[in-house]
Ligand binder design. Sequence first.
Ligand code: GLU
Length: 449
Amino acid sequence: MPVMDENLITVFDEVVARNPGETEFHQATREVLESIGPVVAKHPEYTSAEVVRRLCEPERQIIFRVPWTDDAGRVQLNRGFRVEFNSALGPYKGGLRFHPSVYLGIVKFLGFEQIFKNSLTGLPIGGAKGGSDFDPKGKSEAEVMRFCQSFMTELYRYLGEHTDVPAGDIGVGGREIGYLFGHYKRITNRYESGTLTGKGLTWGGSQVRTEATGYGTVFFVEEMLATSRDTFEGKRVVVSGSGNVAIYAIEKVHQLGGVVVACSDSNGYVLDEAGIDLDLLKEIKDQQRGRVSDYATRRGGPVRHIKDGSIWDVPCEIALPCATQNELNGNDARRLIANGCKIVAEGANMPSTPEAIKILHEAGVKFAPGKAANAGGVATSALEMQQNASRDSWSFEHTEERLAGIMRSIHDRCLETADDYGQPGDYVTGANIAGFTKVADAMLAFGLI
Ligand code: GLU
């Protein structure tokens, strides 16, 4: 694993000092700064223009009050965020996360990752992230709507198809995007489809956007397997999480002949040796917003729900962490290796701790970081923006083919870049350097802004 370049240590120290207590943001910057040393050494112009230092400081950070009333008529209060991190390659682009754990450090880490991820897609999108500490769990439809409307009442003034284009993330799906878009349309009096992505298919959404993050991760792993002339056929796979990313990762693994034997939520995991029954899982999650324990009860037979257990105890050849940040630690990595795991690809953002990544790397497990492996979601958002701009809509097949092509090209660019910098097979180095270079060159071209 690379050691950080001298010049970049100063930048990193400044990041920590300027953003105290924001541990996830420190973790995300550290990983990128550890990778890009060789590029910075080769390009003194990046250092003289302080490109890396500027890149680590968001262009704009918005924090706002979100008041709303619950069904009992009581006043509730949440905090809203939008970190518009970098617009060198295009309008700010990135999702909104509604989860009680959201604070500025989480939004900043996600926004920072998004810059490089969006750059890797090859499409013209900058990096941003936003959200709120609002917890949609247990809220009524009406409460979710009132919250979304209040959130958009403040955020709308910063958005626009050429400025900033949010989408979903944890806790923000089609329902929330509907309320957000409806309110944006009402208060601006403009049907500006390209201002939000992840929209419904009848009102400006794109085919495959719902499936894109999970499908894209699996397409990426397909490419990783192909480097050793292997396929998903007959492979035993574990997918953590049971939200949108996990569900469509499971679907694509099954389509490609693999078997997903376990998935999870924050209360535990289910082990289903026959392969997860996706129709049942979708029904429980979509219609009833249920838990994986309900899946075990409904499915019956030998299917087990392991309460509070770690899904990484389950032996598998391929592990896809698709839940949330830092869900796979050093001990989990050791158990995966002991059980014969050969590939780990991140469907979530930063799900593996730095220790886990180091251990997997040293054991020769192929590891794909989220900013490469889960870029299919935002890539398809950019395809949605293209369709909105041309007032067109593409077929499922065409859109899926575009997604597959984008994932192939991200995969190949990571490997080629890793090769160029003497780290063959190191997807982390490849993704960070390839993502960084494009943004850095654009920032240089623009002068000091
Ligand atoms: N939240 C997703 C991500 O982490 C998608 C963002 C988007 O489509 O703008 O990349």
